[in-house]
Structure formats: C-alpha cells, structure tokens
Design a protein around this ligand. Structure first.
Ligand code: XUL
Ligand code: CO
Length: 439
C-alpha cells in the first residue's frame, strides 16, 4: 500500500456537528478540538490517544471463542502485514482527529527468533512509524514493552524467579527506551502483566518486590544515560492474569514507589477498568493518584463491574467522564499524559466502521464530561459547598492543624473552652442532586 493510498475510502475527516441527530454517530456532537474552555483548547485538555494493540492487532478472540474480527490489513508476511497495519492506523488517527497513539514493542513489530532479530524488526518498523509521524504530525503518547505474552514470561518478568528471564525483560526494556527516544514518546508505561503470583507456596514475595524495584532503577538509569526526556508511568491492575498482582491499585503502587525511593521518577497510568476490578468505584484511583500528585495518564476505558472481567470497553458513561474530567481540570491537566483508549470493540461488533463509531462515541463522552466539569467548576456551587464544609481549618486551631503545628494539649484546651461540637449534616443527597443537574 503506497503512502497516498486510502484505506477507509468511504470515510472522511470526522466533523464537529453539534446539531446532528441521534442516529448520526459518525460526527462529534461535543468534541470541538479547537474550542477553548478554561483557557485551554479541548484537544489539550483531552489529549486523546488510540491504542494500537486493540484497534489494529485485536482479533476478537476470547478465552471461549476464536477470531471474529477479520481485518483486511493482515496480509502477507508478518513484516508486510505490520507495515500495512501501521499505514492503515495512521489513516485512522488522521481521519478521527487524534494527535496521539500508544503501542507495545511486540504489536508494532513481530517478535523474531532471537533478541537481535526482534530488535531489527523494531528498527525497521519504527523507521516507518517515524516517517508517518513526520508526515501527519501524530505523536506517541507512550510506548510499553510486552513482558507478559511470550511463554518465557509465564512466571513473571522483573519478578521472575530466574534471573535469565529478568535479563531478557531488561534487554527488551533497553530497546523499548531507545525506540521511545527515537519516536519522541512523551511517556513510557510499565504494566506489570505477570508481576505477581498465583501461589504463595512457591513465591518469595520480598525478593520479587526488591527485584522489581531494582529493575525500575536500571530503567531510570538507562533513561538518564540516553537523555530520554519522557515521563515514566506504572499502570496498576489487581488481577488478571495473576491471582495477586503486585501493582494492585493506585495506593499499592504509590506505597511501593515510596518504599523503594522511586516516587520522583514515576507517575501512574490509571485504567478505570482495573480500578473497578480492585473493588473500587470508577473514578477512585484517578482521584487517589491525583491527591498524591501522582496522576500521570489515563487508560480511558470501562468494564462491566457486574461481569468482573477486564472487558476493556469504550467509555460511554457521562457521569464517569464528568468525574474524571473534573479531577483532571482540578490538577491543571494531564500533560504530558493523555486519555488513551485502551479499549476494544466487542467481538460481536464486526464491521470496520464500528472502530470509528466506538472511538467517536468515547471521545464525545469525554468531551461532554469536560464540558460538564467546566460548568460545575464555573458555577462553583459544589466547590463552594465543599469549601464551607472544611472552613473550620482556615483559621485559629483548624489552621494550625492544617499546617501541622497543633498539639494534642491544644486540642484538649479547645474542647474545654468550646464544649461539644455542633454536628452538621453531610448533605450527600444534595451534592448528588446538584451533580445530576450538570450531566
Ligand atoms: C492490560 C492493559 C495493558 C496495558 C499496557 O490490562 O491495560 O494493555 O495498558 O500493557
Ligand atoms: Co491499560
């Protein structure tokens, strides 16, 4: 396929049509990339990214059934198919109007029979990716290494009981960092695919955690050595594939990073489907990571909590997107991170156009969430109510508690002087009703 050849020939650049009808799903009704809200373009608040693995390598296979998605770009030798797939992907990104994409080393280029051969394939594929990036202006949000699919990683990568396997993972990450630099990736993600355990009987947890921390330290050192300027991210997930994953949720990862002195080198890439698998609400880990100054990026998807699997669905729930965007605005944005659609069309959604419909719907859900969050914040009703709720910490004894200078003796004196506190209503339903007004 030559560079100028069009693959999705019946589809042109997706327009913004705020007045389009309900059945028109091939346009944005809320996402207007250049519109400025709270001092920033929508595209800058949202920083959308398409993930390469689900959208261009996904086949629809699941643990119970075979391939259902027969993509016409999978033709020829593995390298020929990889090149065609990449060109198709760039046409898709351009028509959709996203500025970023994400990929694993092994979905960009097929694995060879030796490390050297895999690296050669990656060199060839990333030459083409760089050319396409320069032609289109599309950039890499993040690169990651697939340290979980190959059988060698069945007992883990950085936490493997055999150092030979750990070394293979290290060699793979070394190359991953080099291609991140070559392609100007803005972030680099570590998802601990098989970093965890299925049985405690055969596992030395303390050793595995220390090895994983030392593995990250090697990555930090090499990043600095080659002058790679991107943000490192860890993506928490509580289960699947292991019974226990070390990077269980945001707070587990923050604790791990602080314990091993890695907190200044990493932030978190939060995936809400993983958050709900951990038994938390959709927005929970985004809020927690942000509260610790550690929210770096979001894998914008959703699960079906009633199923309890990692279903990687496209995020379409406006309440959720509103809560997420409110948190993102409050922390001043997500840059250099973004909203990466780590989501796959259902194996029953077999038309090629479903790939567009899914991304457009999810982008619009987040654009609508952004608009809602902006209105909530501009009106200031809820913010004002929360401020009032905590107002006793703005003066006197409360101010001293807030800045850490108060003592228990002062608490006692205060209560002796002021007696029993007047207990105030938490007003949960009032907050919920006001929130519903905006969505
Ligand atoms: C797995 C997952 C991964 C990471 C990158 O559940 O989310 O796709 O985002 O390896
Ligand atoms: Co993910």
């Amino acid at each position: 396929m030559a560079a100028h050849e069009e693959f999705f020939s019946g589809i042109s650049k997706i327009p913004y049509q705020p007045d389009a009808g309900a059945a028109d799903v091939m346009c944005f009704k809320y996402y207007n990339a250049d519109e400025v809200l709270r001092g920033r373009k929508m595209e800058e608040w949202l920083r959308f990214s398409v993930c390469y693995w689900h959208s261009f390598c996904g086949t629809g296979a699941d643990p119970f059934g075979f391939q259902t998605l027969h993509r016409p770009w999978n033709e020829g030798t593995p390298m020929e198919a990889a090149k065609k797939r990449l060109r198709v992907a760039f046409e898709f990104f351009t028509k959709l109007g996203v500025k970023y994409y994400t990929f694993h080393d092994r979905d960009m280029a097929p694995e060879g029979s030796t490390l050297q051969e895999s690296n050669k394939n990656l060199d060839e594929m990333t030459d083409l990716a760089l050319q396409l990036q320069n032609q289109t202006g599309i950039k890499v949000l993040w690169v990651t290494c697939n340290l979980f699919a190959h059988p060698r990683y069945m007992n883990g990568a950085a936490t493997n009981p055999d150092c030979h396997v750990l070394a293979y993972a290290g060699a793979q990450v070394k190359k991953g960092l080099e291609i991140a630099k070559k392609l100007g990736a803005e972030n680099f993600v570590f998802w601990g695919g098989r970093e965890g355990f299925l049985s405690i009987h055969n596992t030395d947890v303390a050793a595995e955690l220390k090895h994983m921390a030392n593995f990250f330290k090697m990555a930090v050192k090499y990043k600095e050595k080659i002058g790679l300027k991107c943000q490192f991210l860890i993506e928490p997930k509580p289960k699947e594939p292991c019974r226990h994953q070390y990077d269980y949720d945001a707070m587990s990862v923050i604790g791990f990073l602080k314990h091993y002195g890695l907190q200044d080198h990493f932030k978190l890439n939060i995936e809400p489907n993983h958050t709900t698998l951990a038994g938390h609400s959709y927005e929970h880990d985004i809020v927690m990571a942000s509260a610790f100054g550690m929210l770096g990026s979001v894998d914008a998807n959703t699960g079906s909590p009633d199923l309890g699997w990692d279903t990687d669905q496209f995020p379409m729930d406006i309440k959720n997107t509103t809560l997420v965007m409110k948190t993102i605005i409050e922390q001043g944005g997500l840059q250099p991170g973004g909203l990466n659609f780590d989501a796959k069309v259902r194996r029953e959604s077999t038309d090629l156009v479903d790939l567009f419909i899914a991304h457009i719907g999810a982008m619009d859900a987040f654009a609508r969430g952004l608009r809602n969050a902006v209105r909530i914040m501009d009106d200031g009703i809820m913010t004002g109510m929360v401020m009032e709720r905590y107002s006793s910490f703005s003066h006197g004894l409360g101010h001293k508690v807030d800045n850490g200078s108060a003592t228990l003796e002062e608490m006692e004196d205060f209560v002796i002087q002021n007696g029993e506190p007047e207990v105030k209503s938490g007003k949960q339903e009032k907050y919920e009703s006001i929130f519903n007004h905006y969505i």
